[in-house]
Design a protein around this ligand. Structure first.
Ligand code: ADP
Ligand code: MG
Ligand code: ZN
Length: 626
């Protein structure tokens, strides 16, 4: 952030004023005399006049411009002792003075100290002076500024508007696993490096590229890599920084950003979280957002304002392209859209390799195994994972990162911090049965993912965990796979029921039950997997203005709603029945596995299957072999 002396001066103004007043309050001379002379007893003005008439008042000292008097009085009511009494005088009463004179009372007036008056004067003058000076300064600024008078209160200027990196230091090699997006951008780099070759044949260089993808997939990294590869400066700002409390600030920031960018062309302007400003206009539930609209309009104006050949390429990132204003997506603006997705197996392996470059990883660690275990991890998750493993290795004072550290880091990223295991107790036994229940059902049901390990070591919220190795392709899931998942999730509760009996079942299954219900519901309402038929009755598509995941379930009648509930129940009941049967039929091996689990705390998937296969055939599942 650049701090000019002008900015400093501007912002020091209120501070000076405040300090001045504080100082005046604390240190300016106060009426010390009155305070030292303080009389504890008080009397009213009326009483004072009475005393005066009785001739009991001996001396009067007047303070505070005649508002307060300390009187010395003596009389029978006062125990015949001379006492100092404080009297608040109603107004400056000239007749009082005359009266006192007549009564021959010793009278003295103590004017408020001169210094105080001086300070009052200065205080009264200085404040308006500062104010006028400050306003004059602001006005002068706004006349000079390109934005015109609209910027009189230049809030937008005083904060760091955007970041500029002359050299990002990121190159394409640092970005892995998102090859399609990369290819798209290699062309952009050529635009920036040799615009002539495009303009010569009359091609227009695109102005804006929109990166769409979930968080942590490398959108920012990719934008930086383009700047790094093309060797041009990188300007970045986040959409949320545009949206300020003060109307007009966002728009002025956009102006400033593009002004600076033009001065530094060719360059990359990166707008992160563009959905914060770029939402569809005028459709907000509960009123639109003027500020956002102004900012967006300014952005559109700026993007229309420069020719494609000036060498500015605007890259924006969002994870919600569906809610963007269509004006942003028109040709001439963000006309190129590039999807950045969560990496697949090969992508994850490449990303792991990138981040393993500067880490000491043991030679027998197969990063492919790590990539297998981490479906759904984004680039940022993977980077974080290796870093966690490195920290763990350092903490253990080991030389190299081994699979052990990586494994426990994965567990940690997925399920949270490791806790201390329970001591052997009834609840530990119950948790063991619950987990073995999940694991054995998951193993014996045909279409379930294979068990990776079962553990009683708590993590995050969970007091025990059964890990399954998810299959790579999660995009198409069959009906029998969903049912298998429901059964696997029911396995924990089913084991509790069979082993401990209905009265003893615990709340431990609540999370499982949530998942089960949600899966069954989606089977019926989204995937057409019930006897209601292939209908889409609900969709997860959320209303951007009502928050994520709001169900819009107004699309069916009450009659259908009843049918849906019935279908959900039927699915779950059928799965529950089958799950209970698996637990009952395998009680012997379950008991043995529970004892083993309590003893060892963790059972590996292969060992688990081996033990089960001594009792009952284990269906063959896709097993990863490397
Ligand atoms: P996004 O902007 O999509 O939310 P970032 O670009 O900020 O994600 O990614 C955060 C970090 O995660 C990066 O700095 C990088 O270390 C790592 N990362 C993410 N994606 C990738 C990738 N595709 N290749 C290499 N590293 C990645
Ligand atoms: Mg980002
Ligand atoms: Zn469970």
């Amino acid at each position: 952030m650049k701090l000019s002396w002008k900015t400093l001066l501007l912002w020091s103004l209120p501070v000076v004023i405040i300090i001045f007043f504080l100082w005046q309050g604390f240190f300016a001379p106060s009426n010390n005399e009155l305070n030292t002379n303080i009389a504890n007893s008080r009397m009213t003005y009326g009483r004072f006049l009475e005393y005066l008439d009785m001739g009991w008042i001996k001396k009067v000292d007047i303070y505070e411009n005649g508002h307060t008097a300390i009187v010395e009085a003596v009389g029978p009511e006062l125990g015949n002792r001379l006492q100092k009494i404080r009297v608040e005088l109603p107004t400056k009463a000239p007749e009082l003075i005359i009266k006192l004179r007549k009564a021959h009372v010793d009278l003295d007036a103590h004017p408020t100290k001169n210094t105080s008056a001086v300070w009052n004067l200065i205080g009264n003058l200085l404040f308006p002076l500062l104010l006028i000076g400050g306003l004059a300064y602001l006005l002068r600024r706004s006349n000079n500024s390109p934005g015109g008078p609209g910027q009189a209160m230049s809030f937008g200027k005083s904060k760091a508007l955007f970041q500029m990196e002359a050299k990002t230091g990121v190159v394409f090699e640092d970005v892995a696993g998102i090859d399609e997006a990369k290819e798209e951008f290699e062309e952009v780099v050529t635009f920036l490096k040799q615009p002539e070759s495009f303009t010569a044949v009359g091609a227009k260089i695109p102005k804006g590229v929109l990166l769409i993808g979930p968080p942590g997939t490398g959108k920012t990294l990719l934008a930086k890599a383009i700047a790094g590869e093309a060797n041009v400066p990188f300007f970045s700002i986040s959409g949320s920084e545009f949206v300020e409390m003060f109307v007009g600030v966002g728009a002025s920031r956009v102006r400033d950003l593009f002004k600076k960018a033009k001065e530094n062309a060719p360059c990359i302007v990166f707008i992160d979280e563009i959905d914060a400003v770029g939402r569809q206009r005028g459709t907000g539930v509960g009123g639109g957002n003027d500020e956002r609209e102004q900012t967006l309009n300014q952005l559109l104006t700026e993007m229309d304002g420069f020719e494609g050949n000036t060498g500015i390429i605007v890259i924006a990132a969002t994870n919600r392209a569906d809610i963007l204003d269509s004006a942003l997506l028109r040709p001439g603006r963000f006309d190129r859209q590039v999807a950045v997705n969560v990496p697949d197996f090969k992508g994850r392996l490449d990303i792991l390799n990138v981040h393993a470059r500067n880490k000491k990883i043991d030679t027998n660690v197969s990063l492919a195994t790590v990539a297998r275990r981490t479906p759904g991890f984004s680039g940022a998750d993977l980077a974080n994972l290796l870093n966690e493993a490195a920290i763990l290795t350092a903490r253990k004072r080991k030389q190299n990162i081994t699979l052990n550290e990586i494994d426990s880091s994965i567990d940690r990223v997925v399920a949270g911090m490791e806790g201390t295991p329970l001591i052997d107790s009834k609840s530990k036994r119950l948790i063991a049965y619950h987990e073995i229940g999940h694991a054995i059902v998951g193993t014996l049901v045909k279409d379930h993912d294979p068990v990776q390990k079962v553990t009683l070591i708590p993590r995050g919220q969970a007091r025990g965990l059964t890990w399954f190795t998810p299959s790579e392709d999660q995009s198409l899931i069959s009906r029998s796979e969903i049912k298998a998942r429901i059964m696997g999730a029911l396995g924990g509760r089913a084991a509790e029921e069979i082993v401990f009996g209905d009265p003893e079942v615990t709340t431990g299954a609540s999370n499982d039950l949530q998942q089960i219900t949600s899966m069954a519901r989606q089977m019926v309402t989204r995937f057409g997997m019930s006897t209601i038929g292939p209908l889409s009755l609900e969709n997860e598509e959320s209303n951007p203005f009502l928050g994520k995941g709001m169900r819009s379930n107004s699309e069916y009648s009450d009659e259908v709603a009843i049918k849906i509930d019935k279908q959900i129940q039927e699915i779950v009941q059928e799965c529950h029945y089958n799950t209970l049967k698996i637990i009952k039929d395998n009680r012997v091996v379950i008991d043995r596995l529970v004892d083993l689990l309590i003893e060892k705390e963790t059972i590996d998937g292969d060992e688990f299957r081996e033990i089960i296969s001594e009792y009952t055939p284990v269906p063959e599942k896709y097993q990863h072999t490397f």
